[in-house]
Design a protein around this ligand. Structure first.
Ligand SMILES: C[S@@+](CC[C@H](N)C(=O)[O-])C[C@H]1O[C@@H](n2cnc3c(N)ncnc32)[C@H](O)[C@@H]1O
Length: 259
């Protein structure tokens, strides 16, 4: 795979001095950052952050802002490297971005450790997976360590104070945007369904839930853990305001514990 049909990037041949840490910073509340994540983020010379899909990168930076301020106060600010993740399905654009991100990271790793931060868990619908694919085609083996984070749906269940699943209940988690027509079959099979990436298909999803008499079993949670967090325990009424990218639905067909 490596180097096929193209010139090697300079970074591909550099010896690597550092480890790449993939760090899930949780959904938005800085107090949901793990101790391990905080320790690494206090030490690394370089922090890499994804840009260009929604506000995810800047939200991840806001989560770690208290740590960055702490480092700035003692004159140990890290270098911040922005990595571009274009929102397109055009494979040639995606491949170019993968190569550019890979080259940037390999260059930083040739000098020392790098922590890549992303919202929620780092391996759950995260740009880090994409990054690893690109990097492993440039350089293998690669020294990588993963620090899991609290997922947005775990935080959402916590704010609803409702169990996600209990006993024999089964949970399905899926992104709604790619094939909304599949959601109905999933709702028929699972007792609890979490729908991520709902903003572009919200009307369609709400109409489906209405048809299946599930509006009062569907909680809407937006910007969980952040000051602008919004929660509606039912979709009988439309949630006020727009539906942001950082929102999800938890559908509990067996109903809520608390009314
Ligand atoms: C690219 S995925 C990232 C998932 C993330 N890695 C996680 O573990 O939750 C983006 C989707 O996650 C959900 N999401 C992430 N952060 C959220 C938040 N703070 N509040 C509500 N939903 C969030 C939304 O459904 C959003 O469309």
């Amino acid at each position: 795979m490596r180097n096929e049909g193209r010139d090697p990037h300079p970074g591909e041949s550099l010896p690597l001095k550092g480890t790449l840490y993939g760090i899930g910073v949780g959904p938005g509340d800085p107090e949901l950052l793990t101790l391990k994540a905080a320790r690494i983020l206090r030490e690394v010379p370089v922090i890499a952050v994804p840009t260009s899909y929604s506000d995810a990168g800047s939200m991840a930076m806001e989560v770690i802002a208290p740590l960055l301020e702490e480092r700035a106060r003692v004159g140990r600010s890290p270098e911040i490297v922005s990595l571009l993740f274009p929102m397109t399905r055009d494979e040639s654009i995606l491949q170019k971005a993968r190569e550019q991100n890979g080259a940037l990271l390999l260059d930083s790793l040739s000098r020392g450790d790098v922590a890549f931060v992303a919202l929620g868990d780092i391996l759950f619908y995260s740009t880090f997976g994409n990054l690893l694919t690109g990097l492993s085609s440039l350089r293998s083996p690669l020294p990588v360590e993963v620090v899991p984070g609290v997922t947005s749906f775990a935080a959402a269940a916590g704010r609803l104070v409702e169990p996600l699943v209990q006993g024999s209940e089964r949970l399905a988690v899926l992104p709604a945007v790619y094939d909304p027509s599949e959601i109905e079959a999933v709702l028929d099979r699972f007792e609890v369904v979490v729908l991520m990436k709902i903003n572009k298909v919200f009307g369609e999803v709400r109409a489906l839930l209405a048809r299946k008499n599930l509006l009062d079993r569907a909680a809407f949670v937006a910007m969980v853990g952040r000051p602008e967090e919004r929660i509606s325990r039912t979709l009988d009424e439309l949630p006020p305001g727009s539906v942001p990218y950082m929102s999800l639905l938890v559908v509990r067909k067996n109903g809520w514990l608390s009314p």
